[in-house]
Design a binder for this molecule. Structure first.
Ligand code: NOJ
Length: 750
């Protein structure tokens, strides 16, 4: 019997090969789809209810621990045909062994899908996602995801749990490091770039992997910035701010979605029919499959939404979940739920179908081992051109926050004291969620980077100064001594990588430990101070901003971080990054973001004597560094912001022109940002919304005229009655180097 069924799968594989020939011959797509549909229909007919349920089950192999529970029986379930996918394994060899069990030891031999958190690189580690986002360079971001997919696919993986596209405005939340920051428009563009990078043009190529839009939805807005916490927000805010990147990911062809841990307006995301069926399937017509986050179906019990595991399973599958990550709830309960009539078999068949479709598209029925080629893996991981790309991306991700008296770039003849707990670090530098990235001995530290660029270490003095955390000041004296012997003090300070990421919320965003005190000691030496920051989130840097002469935000810059930092410090690369998220002055200002509303009593700093205004008594309303902010070694002057007409009708195109001139001494890249304000709406509108940006390069004295075009489609919003449209009236246009320093003009939409 087993043989007969496997034979029929083999026959179906032959059909698949035909379908691929058709594809190669560029025959019409719908015929190709028909062949796939027929294949999957026939396979589903062969499958028992148990086997269909098996497809909806995902277990961690535990090679990596990314959640609170492990189930060591997963191989037993796998052999019973009750597992459709495995995550947290990697390597061509490792995946082959698991695939062999699925293909050779289960009744139907349906191949497994292998997933992994490939977030900012697999082996060659790029800057953390928030850092990459600071490049505002969509092409580079896509290339970074492409490199990650090349490496991951060569190591047997089919599916990454990325991109993480949660908009977030709360830097207390440790997962800001994984996303693209606070803005919807920038977030949409980055979501699309990453999906395209991972998935490429054709999933059946062995160097492309499935992407996963996560975490659906509103996970980036937990109360008080505490991970996994409650989210309660209006549908207008949800649709305006938190959902658009998910829709953008679908537009870019994303194959899978992951639910989030939080409850949204009282309903946990993994049991949320409004999110998973009404919006995702019925409004957006998403055709891929939905996986839960780690045991998030089980967690509907402590949420107080499900009375037991069976109830949770029923709620999840009926809400629209297709695959259960690690919870074992589908495995243990779906059959009974069908028998009891609480879940229809059709629902399970459809979930299994969506998963099988992805396996088919990846080409796994044709060759279950097509991604597991040890030779390709050896030739692919850490390829020199990947490392070069990682260095380029790291340079582009760095944001120059301050540069008093042109302290940077440093002359290569300067005598430098390299001080701080992260100078020689080769561990934290690659950041959290760094898959199979090599750390100690392989990642390039700042010390190595600077030494390599300067060619010798005769001008470099070093002291660790202190640890990242803790009270130990043993090295303070040594640090003071070498600082006094040098021309400039370069301090590499920040968080440990474990301070940003999942379950890593903080209420204090100052530099940890005694690092601030170390900075104070360095200040006393009278030497110029350059701070090189490594961290996964906006920190509160008022003291540092007052004290240091220059500050370079480098995030967690990845495998090549040390070299990229040295490139920037010595001017071999002129920094061009712009903040994708606001840096607050203190934690009390959070949440603080640029596209806030005006309120009825906006504060005007020109009239501080007026009491009843929306303000703090102890700190300015403004952030320390606004969204979109970032300096260059050169300077740019904006002028002549014009709009081609004063009034537009709804179907006309609005042309906005501006001139940018490089008025400094260095060639440099600038990201020109265009914001819009809709002055009066049927509901109140933000003070500014990013609508376009463009990166250009200018040599000294060069100027360029830049034209942006907008249409009424760029002005749509959820109006009073929740229709999504533009309203006529007056609009302001702002163009500038960040969200604060802008030129202004206006037009009327008739
Ligand atoms: C939990 C995280 O929230 C999610 O982002 C990740 O993909 C899964 N664990 C799997 O590791």
């Amino acid at each position: 019997m087993t043989r007969i069924i496997k034979f029929s799968v083999l026959m179906l594989s032959i059909v698949f090969i035909f379908s691929n020939c058709e594809k190669n011959n560029k025959n019409n797509q719908s015929e190709v789809d028909d062949v796939m549909d027929n294949f999957i229909d026939s396979l589903l007919q062969e499958m028992t209810l148990d086997e269909k349920i098996g497809q909806t089950v995902l277990f961690s192999a535990g090679w990596e621990v990314t959640g609170p529970t492990l189930d060591s029986n997963y191989v037993v379930y796998l052999k019973e045909g009750m597992v459709g996918a495995i995550f947290n394994i990697h390597s061509a060899k490792g995946s082959k062994e698991f695939q062999r069990i699925a293909v050779e030891e289960t009744r139907l031999g349906i191949p497994l899908l292998f997933g992994y958190d490939v977030i900012h690189g697999y082996k060659t580690i790029f800057p953390i996602s928030l850092g990459e986002s600071a490049s505002w360079d969509l092409e580079m971001i896509e290339q970074s995801a492409r490199v990650a997919a090349e490496e991951a696919s060569s190591a047997g993986l089919h599916w990454t749990f990325a991109p993480m596209i949660d908009v977030t405005r709360d830097p207390r939340w440790g997962r800001v490091s994984e996303g693209s920051g606070e803005d919807v428009y920038l977030g949409n563009q980055i979501a699309m770039a990453r999906v395209k990078g991972f998935q490429g043009d054709d999933l059946s190529n062995n160097n492309t992997i499935l992407a996963c839009a996560k975490h659906y939805a509103a996970y980036g807005a937990p109360l008080a910035g505490r991970d996994y916490n409650t989210v309660d927000m209006s549908e207008r805010e949800l649709r305006t701010t938190y959902l658009p990147p998910f829709k953008a990911a679908i537009d870019a062809g994303v194959s899978t979605f992951m639910t989030s841990f939080n409850d949204l307006n009282g309903i946990p995301a993994s049991g949320n029919k409004f999110l998973l069926t009404d919006i995702l399937r019925n409004e957006w017509n998403f055709e891929g499959f939905v996986v839960t986050d780690y045991t998030s179906i089980n967690e509907m019990i402590p949420h107080g939404f499900s009375k037991d595991e069976k109830h949770a399973g029923e709620q999840a599958i009926n809400a629209g979940v297709d695959m259960d990550m690690q919870g074992g709830i589908f495995l243990r309960n779906l059959k009974t739920l069908v028998e009891e009539g609480k879940v229809s078999e059709k629902t399970i068949t459809e979930a299994a179908r969506k998963i099988l479709v992805m396996k088919y598209k990846l080409g796994l029925f044709e060759d279950p081992y097509r991604y597991a080629d040890e030779e390709r893996e050896a030739a692919t991981l850490n390829k020199p051109e990947f490392l070069e790309k990682a260095r380029e991306m790291a340079r582009k991700s760095m944001v120059l926050l301050k540069n008093e008296n042109q302290t940077l770039p440093l002359s290569k003849n300067t005598k430098i004291a390299l001080i701080g707990p992260l100078v020689k670090d080769e561990n934290h530098i690659i950041g959290s969620w760094s898959a199979q990235g090599d750390r100690n001995g392989k990642a390039v530290s700042v010390f190595e980077g600077v030494t390599e660029i300067l060619g010798s270490s005769k001008n470099i003095l070093y002291s660790k100064g202190c640890e990242i955390e803790g009270e130990d000041k043993t090295y303070f004296n040594e640090a003071i001594r070498i600082a006094k012997q040098s021309d400039v003090v370069v301090m590499v300070v920040g968080e440990s990588e474990g301070m940003s990421g999942e379950a890593r919320s903080r209420t204090n965003l100052d530099l940890p430990g005694v690092q601030k005190e170390l900075i104070a000691e360095m200040k006393k030496t009278g030497k110029p101070i350059v701070l090189v920051l490594m961290n996964g989130r906006p920190l509160t840097l008022e003291y540092e901003n007052k004290t240091a002469d220059a500050i370079l935000e480098t995030w967690w810059p990845g495998t090549m971080g040390g070299l990229a930092i040295a490139d920037v410090l010595f001017g071999d690369y002129n920094p061009s990054g712009k903040l994708p998220i606001t840096f607050p002055r203190n934690v009390g200002q959070i949440p603080i973001f640029y596209n806030a509303k005006n309120t009825g009593r906006p504060y005007d700093p020109k009239t501080p004597e007026i009491t009843y205004r929306s303000r703090y008594l102890d700190v300015a309303n403004t952030p320390l560094y606004p969204f979109g902010y970032g300096l260059s070694y050169t300077s740019f002057e904006y002028s002549n912001l014009t709009i081609n007409k004063a009034e537009f009708s709804l179907n006309e195109t609005i042309n906005i022109n501006v001139t940018i001139k490089n008025t400094g001494k260095y060639k440099g890249e600038e990201t020109i940002q265009l914001y819009v304000q809709d002055l009066v709406g049927s509901v109140t509108r933000p003070l500014k919304e990013l609508k376009r940006f463009k990166k250009i390069t200018l040599t000294p004295n060069q100027s360029k005229n830049i034209t942006f075009t907008l249409t009424a489609e760029d002005l749509v919003f959820y109006t009073y009655d929740m229709s999504f449209k533009a309203e006529t009236g007056e609009f302001k246009i702002f163009v500038g180097t960040n969200s604060r320093d802008v030129l202004e003009n206006k037009f009327i939409l008739k």
